[in-house]
Design a protein around this ligand. Structure first.
Ligand SMILES: [Zn+2]
Length: 97
């Protein structure tokens, strides 16, 4: 056994099974083009709700639940202005995070 000093690999099915090396790169990639594109292809708005979701089935399942609860996020939270964000936060009171 080697020491656990190597960079951890994270795979993302939504990104076409792309690999991300290291926790920070993995977390950052959810806001990046490739992941956004993957989410758009699934017809799911990319928001903080789907942070750390890398499985297509899991994203679809979560999205169905969100829709069932009438909590359709109409704002792209990553790119919303703070005013938009505040409005969304107050009006929808979706405080999952
Ligand atoms: Zn991804």
């Amino acid at each position: 056994m080697t020491n656990v000093t190597y960079t951890q690999e994270f795979k993302c099915e939504i990104c076409g099974n792309a690999s991300y090396w290291g926790r920070r790169a993995f977390e950052r990639h959810f806001k990046e083009y490739r992941h956004q594109n993957g989410m758009r292809a699934l017809g799911i708005p990319n928001s903080k709700l789907f942070f750390e979701v890398t499985q297509i089935a899991e994203a679809q399942h979560l999205w169905k639940n969100v829709q069932a609860r009438h909590e359709k996020p109409s704002v792209d939270w990553w790119h919303a202005t703070s005013a938009d964000f505040l409005y969304q936060y107050i009006c929808v009171t979706n405080a999952d995070w």
